[in-house]
Design a protein around this ligand. Structure first.
Ligand SMILES: Cc1cc2nc3c(=O)[nH]c(=O)nc-3n(C[C@H](O)[C@H](O)[C@H](O)COP(=O)(O)OP(=O)(O)OC[C@H]3O[C@@H](n4cnc5c(N)ncnc54)[C@H](O)[C@@H]3O)c2cc1C
Length: 402
């Protein structure tokens, strides 16, 4: 039999994309997901060109065109004023500059097309089963799994791809760098029908409102039927749990100084769910025959909209590096780690820096706005050439898929 036998732990964007790209390379892949159904809460996702390029190359052009939109620009404003401070060119400018579009989509829709694609590629997906352990030996990896009734089973594979998210069970096997670190921000997320938004905010553009109390991002999804809305609040302590229901009236009160259209948008939206925001600098991504991808290996603050994008890059890099023969796995995994860690670290650092810049107040905020206005829309985008124009070294020299 050709190719490696690979078990992917986790059916989020990292796991499904890895499964798809690895199966396209001829490996024998299966996915095990802890939940009884695939669900992506949190609504919207921006897919920058570094990620959309990979999905388009994987044959997802038609389904992506069906589910995703392409905003014309990001309009940047201060929280208190509806007058734009600056804008960032997206749409045709980004598509032509980077050879791939800057997309926005509903997470569940992206997960749906990835799930359809792995099904077509013949990848089995088992729901309601958790990977609880993975022990590497000379013969490969022995994986222990538990189902919802507590029954356990084992499988022997050549490689485990751990895509089990921020609170990864398998990350401890690699000893990446300890627990994720809370960075002092809580994200409030919701959606609302577009017609309930103030007219000023109904266009095909992303809104970014900056202030010292926090910042707000919104953009249309589901081909403009819905607006995805995220408010980031600076908060000393994290909130309990993950996707915790939040009190919308309390949020609106905290952002009470906002310009009227933004306040109206927030008042019209809900119910809200809360996520405390963590990251953990990328360190180690592999040990034995186990490799970490996505949030399991390197959670990142969302202030550059790159968590899922990095997961998609991980998947593409891994798929292009893995050999057919397990005897050649070790150098390929070492190469994966060498390629990915510097890239991910740069994105993590930049996302943290963006958090600080977004929340400046007083004269520092004035100076920030002046710089953005002076740069103009196209230079605001091209500051990120290193990010959106990226192709991993492994992809640049990889052979075409079989
Ligand atoms: C507010 C906010 C906004 C964001 N916006 C963007 C954006 O615009 N663009 C972007 O690129 N990124 C964005 N991100 C980041 C992005 O959401 C994440 O980086 C991405 O979803 C991570 O995907 P993942 O598959 O690694 O993890 P997850 O989505 O967490 O998936 C992990 C999966 O593994 C399963 N699992 C867990 N444990 C086990 C186990 N033991 N066995 C089997 N299965 C298991 C879980 O049930 C889950 O389905 C944002 C994040 C936040 C918080």
């Amino acid at each position: 039999m050709s190719g490696l036998s690979i078990l992917v732990a986790g059916g989020g964007i990292a796991g499904l994309t890895s499964a798809l790209l690895l199966a396209c390379r001829g490996h024998r892949v299966s996915v095990v997901e802890r939940r009884a159904f695939l669900s992506e809460v949190g609504a919207g996702l921006q897919l920058s060109p570094n990620a959309s390029r990979i999905l388009l190359d994987a044959g997802l052009r038609e389904p992506l065109a069906r589910i995703a939109g392409e905003p014309d620009r990001v309009v940047v404003r201060g929280l208190r004023s509806e007058r734009p401070v600056a804008s960032v060119a997206l749409g045709a400018f980004a598509r032509e500059r980077y050879g791939a579009p800057y997309l926005v989509a509903h997470r569940a829709d992206l997960q749906g097309i990835l799930r359809d694609a792995i099904e077509q590629a013949g990848v089995p997906l088992t729901l309601g089963r958790s990977v609880v352990d993975a022990v590497s030996s000379r013969d490969g990896v022995t994986v222990t799994m538990a189902d919802e009734s507590g029954g356990t089973s084992e499988a022997q594979v050549d490689l485990v791809v751990a895509a089990d998210g921020l609170w990864s069970t398998l990350e401890g096997k690699v000893g990446a760098a300890g627990s994720p670190v809370y960075r002092g921000y809580v994200a409030w997320r919701t959606t609302l029908p577009r017609e309930r938004a103030p007219a000023l905010l109904q266009g095909n553009e992303t809104g970014l409102w900056l202030g010292s109390v926090g910042h707000v991002v919104h953009y249309p999804i589901r081909r403009g039927e819905l607006i995805n809305l995220v408010a980031i609040e600076q908060r000393y302590d994290p909130v309990e749990g993950w996707a915790t229901p939040g009190d919308g009236a309390g949020l609106v009160a905290r952002f009470s100084q906002s310009a009227p259209p933004l306040r109206m948008l927030m008042e019209a939206a809900g119910p809200w769910l809360l996520w405390s925001l963590f990251d953990r600098p990328a360190h180690r991504l592999t040990a034995g025959n186990l490799v970490l991808v996505g949030d399991a290996g390197h959670p990142v603050l969302p202030f550059l909209a790159q968590g899922a994008a990095l997961a998609i890059e991980d998947a593409a890099t891994l798929a292009s590096l893995l050999p057919d023969d397990k005897a050649d796995l070790e150098p390929a995994l070492a190469r994966f780690e060498r390629d990915r860690v510097p890239r991910i670290r740069r994105v993590q650092d930049e996302a943290r820096r963006n958090g600080r810049v977004y929340h400046l107040g007083g004269p520092a905020a004035f100076a920030r706005d002046l710089v953005m206005r002076t740069l103009g829309p196209q230079r605001m985008t091209s500051r990120y050439d290193w990010l959106y124009g990226y192709t991993s070294p492994a992809l640049a020299r990889s052979a075409p898929p079989r």
